[in-house]
Design a binder for this molecule. Sequence first.
Ligand code: ADP
Length: 268
Amino acid sequence: NPAITLSLRLIPYSENLWLLVARDVSRLLQLEQMRRDFVANVSHELRTPLTVIHGYLDMLDPEEQPDWAPMLAEMQRQSQRMTQLVEDLLTLSRLESQDRLQSEEVVSMASMLNTLRREALALSQGRHDIEVDDAVDLDLYGSGKELHSAFSNLVSNAVRYTPAGGRIQIALRADDHGGAVLQVADSGYGIPANHLPRITERFYRVSTSRSRESGGTGLGLAIVKHVLNLHEATLEIASEVGRGSVFSCRFGPSHVRRRDDAADPARD
Ligand code: ADP
């Protein structure tokens, strides 16, 4: 392929001279593409065997072999974790392979918030106080599927990194500039400030043991970051160790619809 990709940088050299530095990054991009393809292929190939293992494990009845019950339960837990990891890797490759959203629609936030509430309640199993402020007259414009995967990762983190008795709040609000902010706040462990700059990297974790125990894959925030990028939105994290964290997803006006606008097709 004779096409090459150059990365250009203009650097001030002296008062009236600038240096234009051109770097051939074709090979780098090609390697990055190979890495993505490899991860996507491996994940895809792992899907079927995992489904089979999972299926047979579900059929085994622990009552027939009571001694095996703890082992069966652990195998089920671990195969569930592997399945989640493979699904998250596939989601991440799908997100990485697009530089813009393939299709966009008005995403009903009333029903999104409802779904998030249900998911939070199911994960928490009564251990947390969960508040969802769903009195919104806003909707988002984008991919409902991808937005759901981002928000539900934030909600699942809030539940998993908040000890029992803690509080989790989910809300969507208009900002002063025609945009909107979706916030997931928890009163949990919090994240030390020195970890924040790298927290959205794949597999980056504050405490490996706590995160493993909590059942995460280490890919959640990387997924959130990618989904928000595709919606030209940003992620802000405010956190204090021992007090909790607030994750804010900020959307610009072009991705926000007021409820009455949503019914007006002329705007889309
Ligand atoms: P994981 O699957 O490990 O939860 P994520 O990418 O979702 O992966 O999160 C990365 C790390 O960020 C977690 O391992 C955890 O250390 C930290 N983290 C994420 N959300 C929270 C939160 N709400 N409170 C405290 N720590 C968090």
